[in-house]
Design a protein around this ligand. Sequence first.
Ligand code: C2E
Ligand code: MG
Ligand code: MG
Ligand code: MG
Length: 283
Amino acid sequence: QAKRRGGHRYERWTEGFEDLAATESVLAGELGGAVGSGQLRVFYQPIVTLATGEPVAVEALVRWHHPERGLIPPDRFIPLAEQTGAIEKIGLFVLEEAARQVVAWQRLPGRAHLRAGVNLSPRQLASPGLVDQVSAILARTGLSPHDLVLELTESAVADDGVCVTRLEELRRLGIRIALDDFGTGYSSLRYLTRLPVDILKLDRCFVSELNGEPEGSAVAEAVIRLSQVLHLDTVAEGIETAAQATELTLLGCRTGQGYHYARPMPAAELEELIHTSPALGGR
Ligand code: C2E
Ligand code: MG
Ligand code: MG
Ligand code: MG
């Protein structure tokens, strides 16, 4: 009896698993066409100076408006796109879209120095054409390389000479490099001093641990100190409360992003928000 039930459960589990796998492969097949048919949208989340709540940059975050499945979050399709190679097209689309948008925003009063943060996947970094493609997009859109930050996770760059060379080429153009989700990769400290990077983005799991106690702030504090010693900037991710912002400020972190300030949103909504409240975070 128990065995039969177990078998039954196993069957149901594999059914579910096959459904999921089928869905994934359907999605993977549809991804290639999603860019050309206008199904991808870029949302923007402000990155602010913690002390004032003033936006200094926006991070571009892609969304897929699937005609039948609705809104698909990036965690669901970016890994697929990475496998199929569609990420190269998607990544360049997001970069161009974000560059155009930020150039438009830079024309607004007081926003001349707004920067664009764009995520770069490991496969994009490994692509030999990347530097030329990025240069071409900057030339087409008029975004200054000094106003572009490319965000990479540590796992994308660690221990790979080709990637390090490519990062150096990007930096020679004036582009800044951020290590995203910092602290969650296995090789973070080992390679950090050798990597050509400018910014550490403190992963949101360490921000969520901040609770006013020393144990809660241990990793955040260590990462912020590390940034200071290496002359890097720190951007804290996933700030959801005023208390977290205060604690990060006390630890010496000057910039961050999170729902406490604003969620990622379409360009028009963010423009409206910044227009009505120039300082975010309820100050
Ligand atoms: P990420 O680059 O680390 O982006 C930050 C993620 O944290 C975003 O998730 C954002 O919506 C979320 N977030 C921001 N503030 C908060 C907060 O206060 N609380 C919580 N719980 N979450 C917060 P999103 O937009 O779902 O993107 C997930 C990941 O997908 C990104 O993580 C990035 O790795 C990847 N991604 C998004 N767009 C692109 C893209 O254009 N290209 C590539 N290669 N990857 C992308
Ligand atoms: Mg990012
Ligand atoms: Mg991140
Ligand atoms: Mg992430």
